[in-house]
Design a binder for this molecule. Structure first.
Ligand code: HEC
Ligand code: HEC
Length: 390
């Protein structure tokens, strides 16, 4: 065990890749070639007549302390009698290895004794794990999908190995999920909170209907935690896994763009823009948000259109907590296709640029509520850009 990488490089041949393995968080023992077979640095009893030794960097606090004061590499080996498992407690150590001069013990108990991993670098990018241990175990094995052996227990014949159960429904090694629970696939789990939508005047502030939660193929979870490309999260290696964040109005909103469709239709006195909201709730649920359609034809900006749901009381706009009704509502509703008409005659080859987006907080409300101004609540968040050429 070496105190630092410089000392490793003094006596062993190391490539950049070898150094990377040594320094990795798995901190394995790495088998490396001696620079000089006749070196005096190591005792002749260390791997006599071999041109390679196993090197490891100190990886725990007490190794670091010992090596700091010793300032030389030390022989690092497990406390066990040959062929026996690791010793993991002081009593056993004292009785089995009673010829030792000193024992340094500490009050951190070992709950899971595991060997250090042993790695042989093969070239500048590949390595062979000779002993699967700390840092690399447990190893996940790929298993052919169509195998007749599914649902069978696998047992390794070699000693010091593991066995695993392969079930038809595989679990994730990262979290314990009951995959048989249907609520993981639908959105009912979301409704406990997102259904609470009334203020103290029994007025519905926002509305998320159950239909969007019950639908098996298109629900809160499929839209807001969509499948994304990525590494396997289940034992069955898959190319896609469920996005672990939430895509919403504030974060990752571009992921939701595919549920908004924008189309253009030429009509007699101009053109129509058709916006389809495929979500099972208003396009913008939150009562203080405002959606906006910005459009330009051949570089000329046309009048933008806003979509709001302004709450009210006594025929005046009111804040959500005092509102008893609606003051104005032209929000695009669940599964609605809104037609927006523009009296503007398009020429042949006209270029139409459409930006559909929203403000997290209605700019008028930012002022009224004296909200701390930050960039995120002020900016126009574009969920969809669309270009049409005639
Ligand atoms: C325990 C209550 C609770 C549950 C359960 C819950 N939510 Fe929420 N959710 C909230 C609250 C509270 C907010 C507002 C947080 C904020 O604005 O900071 C929110 C915000 C959101 C947002 C908006 C994020 C944004 O970017 O503005 C989305 C989207 C969302 N939830 C979707 C879901 C989905 C999908 C589920 C089910 C998988 C779910 N929520 C389950 C309480 C919950
Ligand atoms: C077809 C896809 C789709 C489904 C299904 C869906 N949503 Fe959404 N959701 C969207 C889109 C698109 C937005 C972004 C636009 C917006 O903020 O309204 C959104 C936004 C939201 C927001 C943030 C609204 C805001 O103004 O901050 C919440 C909360 C939310 N959804 C909850 C839910 C819940 C709960 C369900 C299940 C009942 C659900 N959604 C089902 C597409 C979907």
């Amino acid at each position: 065990m070496f105190p630092n990488i410089q000392m490793v490089k003094e006596i062993l041949k190391t490539s950049e890749f070898d150094e990377k393995i040594l320094n990795s968080q798995e901190a394995p023992i790495v088998i490396l070639e001696l620079k000089n077979l006749k070196q005096q640095f190591l005792s002749k009893f260390v791997a006599p007549d071999l041109n390679r030794i196993g090197a490891i960097l100190s990886y725990s606090a007490h190794h670091l302390l010992i090596l700091k004061y010793f300032a030389k590499p030390i022989i690092f080996t497990s406390a066990n009698l040959s062929g026996e498992p690791l010793i993991d407690n002081f009593e056993e150590l004292k009785s089995k290895l009673n010829e030792l001069d000193f024992i340094l013990d500490f009050d951190r108990d070992i709950f899971n004794s595991v060997d250090d991993s042993l790695v042989l670098p093969l070239n500048s990018s590949e390595k062979l794990i000779l002993r699967l241990g700390r840092g690399f175990a447990p190893k996940v094995l790929k298993y052919p999908n169509n195998s007749k052996n599914r649902d069978k227990k696998i047992i390794f014949k070699e000693e010091k190995h593991f066995f695993g159960m392969f079930k038809t429904i595989t679990g994730s090694p990262y979290h314990n999920i009951d995959y048989t629970n249907k609520n993981i696939y639908n959105g009912k789990i979301c409704m406990g909170c997102h259904q609470h939508k009334e203020n103290s005047h029994q007025f519905k502030i926002c509305d998320v209907s159950n239909s969007g939660a019950n639908n098996e193929t298109k629900n809160c979870i499929t839209c807001h935690m969509p499948k994304v490309q990525g590494t396997a999260t289940t034992i069955k290696i898959t190319k896609q896994h469920t996005f672990h964040g939430f895509s919403g109005a504030r974060f990752n909103y571009k992921m939701l763009a595919k549920y908004i469709k924008i189309d253009l239709k030429k009509v007699d006195d101009g053109f129509d823009l058709l916006i389809t909201n495929e979500a099972p709730h208003n396009f913008l649920l939150h009562p203080l948000r405002v959606a906006m359609l910005k459009i330009s034809v051949d570089g000329k900006n046309l009048q933008p259109r806003a979509f709001v749901r302004i709450l009210g009381k006594n025929n005046k706009p009111a804040m959500p907590w005092v509102a008893t009704g609606l003051f104005k509502n032209n929000m695009i509703k669940a599964n609605e296709t809104r037609t927006i008409h523009y009296k503007y005659s398009l020429k042949e080859h006209s270029n139409i640029k459409v930006k559909f987006g929203y403000f997290l907080v209605n700019p008028k409300m930012i002022k009224k509520l004296g909200l701390q101004i930050n960039k995120s609540i002020q900016e126009f968040k574009i969920i969809k850009n669309k270009y049409f050429t005639l």
